[in-house]
Design a protein around this ligand. Structure first.
Ligand SMILES: [Zn+2]
Length: 164
């Protein structure tokens, strides 16, 4: 096989691996996979964790290696922390999937919103009813990258994936 088709094959297999926290999107859709490189003809999958220090990251690395191996591909999986992952790497389609899943997707782009992670005053629309009548309940949700909101219109609570 030439390297190009190995690369294609690998990316296709990776698109079947879900984000450990958000099962409806793949690690590719989250923008975690930087690419496939080759070192002396051995493929090296380069990934950037969505959050450095994410405890699930080691698990993802193992999952990727295991999936590739079971498909007969011997590849190395490398983590690259620089440049750091940003919500800008999520596609619009991915954001829509988050919303359908009940997580308000990040608003805007990190390059325009440098302070968003630290800002508590972010107007977030409810992913269920699109109402703007929402209230920040907690700056940190299930992970530090999300915050908890409550919708005063449909009375459901939801998480907002902070832009960063
Ligand atoms: Zn609502």
């Amino acid at each position: 096989m030439v390297n190009n088709s190995i690369q294609e094959n690998i990316l296709e297999l990776l698109s079947g691996i879900s984000d450990p926290e958000i099962p409806v999107v793949s690690i590719i859709e989250m923008g975690m996979v930087r690419g496939v490189e080759f070192q002396e003809n051995r493929p090296v999958v380069v990934i950037t964790p969505t959050y450095s220090g994410c405890p699930a990251m080691h698990q993802i690395q193992d999952d990727i290696a295991a999936v590739l191996k079971s498909n007969g591909i011997d590849a190395e999986v490398k983590t690259r922390l620089s440049p750091p992952w940003t919500t800008d790497w999520m596609t619009e389609e991915t954001k829509q999937k988050l919303k359908k899943y009940g997580i308000a997707p990040p608003i805007g782009f990190s390059k325009d919103l440098k302070m968003d992670l630290f800002s508590v005053i972010q107007k977030v629309n409810c992913p269920f009813c699109d109402s703007g009548e929402t209230e920040l309940k907690s700056e940190f949700g299930s992970t530090a990258c999300k915050s908890y909101y409550h919708c005063n219109s449909c009375h459901q609570s939801f998480e907002y994936f902070k832009c960063h």
